[in-house]
Design a protein around this ligand. Sequence first.
Ligand SMILES: Cc1ncc(COP(=O)(O)O)c(C=O)c1O
Length: 368
Amino acid sequence: MPDCVVRAIQEHIALESREGGYEAAALKAGEIDGFYTSAGKLLGCKPTNVAFTANATDSFSRAISSIDFKVGDVILTSNEDYVSNQITYLSLKKRFGIRVVRAKSLSSGGMDLNDVDKCLRNYSPKLVSITHIPTNSGLVQPVAQIGKMCQDAGTLYLIDACQSVGQMRLNVEDLQCDFLSATARKFLRGPRGAGFLYVSDRALGLGLEPLFIDMRGADWITADSYTAKPGAQRFEDWEFAYALVLGTKAAIDYLLAQDMGKIERQIKYLSHYARNALQKIPGVATFDKGESPGGIVTFHVAGSDAQSIKQALSNMGINVSISNRDSALIDYQDKGVDWTIRASPHYFNTLEEMDYFLDGIKRIQAAS
Ligand SMILES: Cc1ncc(COP(=O)(O)O)c(C=O)c1O
């Protein structure tokens, strides 16, 4: 997190401890409202189309819970969708008898748009739900093209933008989605425990509301009825970590003050540099498919194990994470390995840092 994000959170916690939680929120009401304006600028929508949530999964669950699934309804998704989303589809299948259809993947990576088109015509899905950048690879799904197809088919469309927000320009008008779920803590450089959800005017106009709507999302008007709030606020809970709302706002403002195109190019450049060099190290394989991979670099080192690599890099001051087979079951079947190491260079990383990381991998490989 940049210093301004940490400061925004700490200052609000200090204000809460001095004034009281409700009083602090009242004193900061203007800035708290500013979160919605900032998130709207980031995504290209009105502030009233944004809900603050606890994380990307929370955003996703709230969105998907608003759809009135019946037995036989179809969710069209991808083989590469995020693990928790896949589990949610299966949970909906178990409880409501929906069908989960996964469009074919191209051998070069990513969804086969011809098959998406075929699935839209054959299954008339109730929802198309796609993870923009899967957690376990640099693959970038063609979400704008799919948005156009969903618009033509009149299908509800949900994008999981957890890994793309802050990494590349996102405009919900161009993406033509009804929902976009995001987290604060990843490429956006915001705090943990915070996320947000975009809800389109179309979805709001259809009266979609989360299953567990509460008193922030709705007004209780008679003993047996309530009315949902007009905007995306209906997707929020009454209780919030306001320090994190302000921290997320600070992270978005920090990003908005920079050139998003440059950020995206720099992330791609560093990731491409790392992938190229990794491929040249004997015994090291990279696994990021697609025409123009993004900022998640995944690789495997033969003869070594994931935990030792992570530890060795950590000893050098480099943070990476491990993706295991069970985080992307279908994808890993094709890749033929049980784990990969995931490195996510950001725009603030330098080529010297990338070389330092690559040297580390060379040494780990030589010792394995
Ligand atoms: C693609 C993708 N979607 C969703 C999530 C879930 O995000 P959160 O942990 O903020 O709920 C992740 C987390 O890694 C992710 O990579």
